[in-house]
Design a protein around this ligand. Structure first.
Ligand SMILES: [Zn+2]
Length: 147
Protein backbone atom coordinates (compact mmCIF):
# COMPACT_ATOMS: atom_id res chain seq x y z
CA UNK A 1 0.00 0.00 0.00
CA UNK A 2 1.39 3.40 -0.92
CA UNK A 3 1.96 6.17 1.57
CA UNK A 4 -0.77 8.44 0.29
CA UNK A 5 -4.23 8.34 -1.19
CA UNK A 6 -4.13 7.80 -4.96
CA UNK A 7 -6.18 10.90 -5.65
CA UNK A 8 -3.86 13.61 -6.89
CA UNK A 9 -2.72 16.12 -4.27
CA UNK A 10 -4.49 14.22 -1.47
CA UNK A 11 -2.00 13.74 1.37
CA UNK A 12 -4.18 11.45 3.48
CA UNK A 13 -3.34 7.86 4.32
CA UNK A 14 -5.08 5.20 2.23
CA UNK A 15 -7.78 3.16 3.86
CA UNK A 16 -9.02 0.94 1.02
CA UNK A 17 -8.47 0.65 -2.75
CA UNK A 18 -5.57 3.06 -2.38
CA UNK A 19 -7.97 5.78 -1.29
CA UNK A 20 -8.16 7.71 1.95
CA UNK A 21 -11.25 7.47 4.11
CA UNK A 22 -12.87 10.55 2.61
CA UNK A 23 -12.18 9.61 -1.02
CA UNK A 24 -13.07 5.99 -0.40
CA UNK A 25 -16.47 7.05 0.95
CA UNK A 26 -17.07 9.20 -2.11
CA UNK A 27 -16.08 6.32 -4.34
CA UNK A 28 -18.59 4.07 -2.53
CA UNK A 29 -21.34 6.65 -2.75
CA UNK A 30 -20.77 8.16 -6.17
CA UNK A 31 -18.64 5.57 -7.96
CA UNK A 32 -15.94 8.21 -8.30
CA UNK A 33 -13.43 9.18 -5.59
CA UNK A 34 -13.69 12.82 -6.60
CA UNK A 35 -17.44 12.65 -7.12
CA UNK A 36 -19.57 15.36 -5.64
CA UNK A 37 -23.21 15.27 -4.60
CA UNK A 38 -24.21 17.56 -7.45
CA UNK A 39 -23.52 14.73 -9.89
CA UNK A 40 -25.94 12.43 -8.25
CA UNK A 41 -29.67 12.95 -8.61
CA UNK A 42 -32.00 9.99 -8.41
CA UNK A 43 -35.23 11.16 -10.00
CA UNK A 44 -37.25 8.54 -8.15
CA UNK A 45 -35.91 9.79 -4.83
CA UNK A 46 -36.86 13.32 -5.85
CA UNK A 47 -40.36 12.23 -6.84
CA UNK A 48 -40.85 10.38 -3.56
CA UNK A 49 -39.69 13.40 -1.62
CA UNK A 50 -42.09 15.63 -3.52
CA UNK A 51 -44.90 13.26 -2.58
CA UNK A 52 -44.02 13.69 1.08
CA UNK A 53 -42.15 10.39 1.40
CA UNK A 54 -38.51 11.40 1.24
CA UNK A 55 -36.08 8.47 1.28
CA UNK A 56 -34.07 8.38 4.50
CA UNK A 57 -30.90 9.02 2.55
CA UNK A 58 -31.11 11.83 0.05
CA UNK A 59 -28.09 13.49 -1.48
CA UNK A 60 -27.81 17.26 -1.19
CA UNK A 61 -28.43 17.44 -4.95
CA UNK A 62 -31.67 15.46 -4.61
CA UNK A 63 -32.82 17.68 -1.77
CA UNK A 64 -32.02 20.73 -3.87
CA UNK A 65 -33.85 19.33 -6.90
CA UNK A 66 -36.95 18.50 -4.85
CA UNK A 67 -36.86 21.86 -3.07
CA UNK A 68 -36.69 23.79 -6.33
CA UNK A 69 -39.39 21.65 -7.94
CA UNK A 70 -41.75 22.32 -5.02
CA UNK A 71 -40.78 25.97 -5.13
CA UNK A 72 -41.83 26.07 -8.79
CA UNK A 73 -45.15 24.53 -7.76
CA UNK A 74 -45.63 27.57 -5.56
CA UNK A 75 -45.06 26.06 -2.12
CA UNK A 76 -43.70 28.32 0.62
CA UNK A 77 -40.47 27.64 2.48
CA UNK A 78 -42.17 26.09 5.54
CA UNK A 79 -44.38 23.93 3.30
CA UNK A 80 -41.34 22.68 1.38
CA UNK A 81 -39.46 22.02 4.63
CA UNK A 82 -42.34 19.97 5.99
CA UNK A 83 -42.84 18.02 2.78
CA UNK A 84 -39.17 17.12 2.47
CA UNK A 85 -38.55 16.82 6.21
CA UNK A 86 -35.67 19.23 6.08
CA UNK A 87 -35.11 22.45 7.98
CA UNK A 88 -36.47 25.79 6.82
CA UNK A 89 -32.92 27.04 6.88
CA UNK A 90 -31.92 24.36 4.38
CA UNK A 91 -34.77 25.35 2.07
CA UNK A 92 -33.67 28.96 2.32
CA UNK A 93 -30.04 28.05 1.62
CA UNK A 94 -30.99 26.01 -1.46
CA UNK A 95 -33.16 28.80 -2.82
CA UNK A 96 -30.45 31.36 -2.21
CA UNK A 97 -27.89 29.16 -3.98
CA UNK A 98 -30.25 28.79 -6.94
CA UNK A 99 -30.95 32.52 -6.95
CA UNK A 100 -34.70 32.15 -6.58
CA UNK A 101 -36.68 34.27 -4.20
CA UNK A 102 -39.19 32.93 -1.73
CA UNK A 103 -42.63 32.69 -3.28
CA UNK A 104 -45.86 33.67 -1.62
CA UNK A 105 -43.96 34.12 1.60
CA UNK A 106 -45.45 37.59 1.85
CA UNK A 107 -48.75 36.01 2.85
CA UNK A 108 -46.98 33.84 5.40
CA UNK A 109 -45.07 36.79 6.82
CA UNK A 110 -48.32 38.74 7.19
CA UNK A 111 -50.14 35.88 8.91
CA UNK A 112 -47.18 35.21 11.19
CA UNK A 113 -47.02 38.87 12.10
CA UNK A 114 -50.68 38.98 13.08
CA UNK A 115 -50.27 35.74 15.07
CA UNK A 116 -47.30 37.20 16.97
CA UNK A 117 -49.19 40.39 17.74
CA UNK A 118 -52.30 38.50 18.81
CA UNK A 119 -50.35 36.20 21.17
CA UNK A 120 -48.50 39.23 22.44
CA UNK A 121 -51.83 40.87 23.26
CA UNK A 122 -52.87 37.62 24.96
CA UNK A 123 -49.93 38.13 27.32
CA UNK A 124 -47.51 35.46 26.12
CA UNK A 125 -43.79 36.14 26.41
CA UNK A 126 -41.58 36.35 23.36
CA UNK A 127 -40.18 32.92 24.14
CA UNK A 128 -43.65 31.40 24.47
CA UNK A 129 -44.75 32.96 21.20
CA UNK A 130 -41.63 31.69 19.45
CA UNK A 131 -42.28 28.17 20.74
CA UNK A 132 -45.96 28.31 19.83
CA UNK A 133 -45.32 29.46 16.26
CA UNK A 134 -42.14 27.48 15.69
CA UNK A 135 -40.06 30.55 14.95
CA UNK A 136 -36.99 32.01 16.64
CA UNK A 137 -37.02 34.37 19.62
CA UNK A 138 -35.22 36.99 17.58
CA UNK A 139 -37.85 36.76 14.81
CA UNK A 140 -40.54 37.45 17.40
CA UNK A 141 -38.57 40.47 18.71
CA UNK A 142 -38.16 41.84 15.19
CA UNK A 143 -41.89 41.56 14.51
CA UNK A 144 -42.85 43.13 17.83
CA UNK A 145 -40.40 45.99 17.39
CA UNK A 146 -41.70 46.69 13.89
CA UNK A 147 -45.33 46.77 15.05
ZN1 LIG B 1 -7.82 11.09 -0.51
Amino acid sequence: MSAACSVEHCPDKPRAKGLCNRHYKRWLKYGDPTGTPTQDVDEIAVQRAMNGQPPSRMTPAERAAATLALHRQGLTGPQIAEQLRISRRTVQRIREAAGVAAKRDQALVASRKSAVLQLSTDGLTGRQIAARLGISDSRVSVIRRAA
